[in-house]
Ligand binder design. Structure first.
Ligand code: PLP
Length: 470
């Protein structure tokens, strides 16, 4: 087959291959038992994913012994770095006492008290094992409370693996596009993940992010059918796109007017906030996960006392909620240690570090004569090639689809320099990162841009700043 890859690709990919032969070998072995050689689709990348052997602080070591500064942090689910001493200690002590004793434990209320004290709108909380379960149960809770079936989700909003939210969770989804019943053609078309029943669409409305007018139209016509809207205060997977305050306030007003509930999915954004505090908008319900378990699986959902009271088992006909490992002592004990060592001061400090890093990365791209926008809040950052407003998932998609091989080459060029990043351009900071670590990253970033500049100039001239093009 004719290889039409640009010359820069050959040298970057060859270097990556030469550094990671054991990853390649482990992938081939794994393929015998795991489809594609792994369990998470998101872990896969070409020519082969890096197999990691261990992590300590903000440094990962791969199976070939290469070290990396970790800017993936398990897709934002880790903020303490790896093997944080306080969390290792908490895990060891709790493991020795038993992991899941099949009965309530004191730590459950302690973790809950900590969360509730940090989030005023979280009056009561329940635990589960993942963000998927947290959003699924928050939606179920809203349906039970309102007696309505329909929900609203945002195009590009990722809330986990259950059917209701596996609709337009990525803008790259292929498959049939369905017009939304009862809405004009200007509204987003719905695309289902494979395996999700078409009937799901009966009860799911889709809205573009940051578009209050569209939300007003929908709520005016169908508000009385809607149990809840589930929305992230910053659209995460689609590109770390912050909501405008007016948008979130508008959703708060619309839901209240129509007797629907406002659910904030703060599974990812708790680490930079929670953002409901910075926006000053209180949801009725929320979902939490990722860093609240300190590196172990833990999800939580909760909110208004009168809504969550449906779960009280002493009531007649309570909402049923079961989970073999829900609220297990190990996740909660480590999670509590995680919350205690990542309080509001640490959130603010890490966010400030993230904002400073954004400026340095932007300046370096500008100095290299390249057009780049960086979105995100604090320790959650997203790179978007090109220039212009990014208000929703389609804006971010348009940037992504206009840059050909650049994300792949930049990704591998950074891996080759010992920086572990994701291909889609998300950067997540962690507590152990020092100034020196970030300086190391900025140097690697500058070098990677220099290496890629000839390729960009030739293949993607629209990314050159005018001064450089002249
Ligand atoms: C905002 C948000 N909600 C929900 C989820 C699902 O969480 P989990 O992967 O733990 O099921 C994620 C995961 O990436 C997320 O980012």
């Amino acid at each position: 087959m004719l290889d039409v890859r640009p010359p820069e690709a050959h040298s970057i990919i060859d270097t990556y291959r030469a550094r990671t032969p054991r990853s390649r070998q482990l992938l081939e072995q794994a393929k015998g038992y795991l489809p594609g050689g792994d369990t998470r689709t998101i872990n896969h990348f070409t020519p082969h994913p890096t197999f990691m052997a261990s992590g300590r602080g903000c440094i990962l070591t791969d199976e070939d012994g290469n070290e990396y500064l970790d800017l993936v942090n398990n897709m934002s689910a880790i903020v303490h770095g790896h093997a944080h001493p306080a969390l290792v200690d908490a895990a060891a002590k709790q493991f020795a006492r038993g992991t899941a004793l099949g009965a309530p434990g004191e730590v459950e209320a302690q973790h809950a008290q900590h969360l509730c004290s940090r989030i005023p709108a979280l009056e009561k909380v329940r635990y589960c094992n993942s963000g998927t379960e947290a959003t699924m149960l928050a939606i179920r809770t809203a349906r039970a409370f309102t007696g309505r079936d329909a929900i609203v989700k945002i195009v590009g909003g990722y809330h986990g693996m259950h059917n209701d939210v596996q609709v337009n969770m990525f803008t790259s989804m292929t498959g049939p596009h369905h017009a939304q019943e009862g809405l004009p053609d200007t509204f987003p078309k719905a695309t289902l993940a494979r395996g999700v029943p078409h009937s799901t669409l009966r009860d799911v409305f889709l809205l573009p992010y940051n578009d209050l007018e569209a939300a007003e139209y929908l709520f005016e016509r169908h508000g009385r059918r809607i149990a809840a809207i589930i929305v992230e205060p910053m659209l995460g997977a689609a590109g770390c796109i912050p909501a405008t305050a007016a948008y979130l306030r508008g959703l708060r007003r619309l839901t209240a007017e129509q007797g629907a509930l406002l659910i904030f999915d703060e599974c990812a954004t708790f680490r930079v906030g929670p953002l409901q505090l910075s926006y000053g908008v209180s949801p009725d319900l929320m979902s939490l996960s990722k860093i609240i378990g300190g590196g172990l699986p833990l999800g939580a959902f909760g909110g208004r006392d009168d809504i969550m009271a449906q779960f009280d088992p002493t009531r007649p006909d309570p909402l049923y909620h079961a989970s073999a490992f829900g609220g297990n002592g190990l996740s909660l004990t480590v999670g509590l240690a995680a919350l205690e060592t990542y309080g509001p001061d640490e959130v603010a400090r890490l966010n400030a570090t993230g904002e400073a890093l954004k400026t340095e990365l932007t300046d370096a791209a500008r100095a290299a004569g390249l057009k780049l926008d960086i979105t995100g809040i604090g320790s959650l950052i997203h790179l978007h090639w090109g220039e212009g407003p990014i208000a929703n998932a389609n804006d971010a998609r348009d940037r992504w689809t206009s840059v050909a091989d650049l994300p792949e080459l930049l990704h591998l060029a950074l891996l080759n320099r010992g920086v572990f990043v994701s291909r889609r351009g998300v950067l997540c900071l962690s507590l152990p990162m020092t100034r020196e670590d970030l300086r190391y990253f900025v140097t690697a970033w500058r070098e990677a841009l220099t290496e890629l500049k000839p390729y960009i100039a030739r293949e993607l001239p629209h990314l050159l700043r005018d001064t450089a093009a002249a």
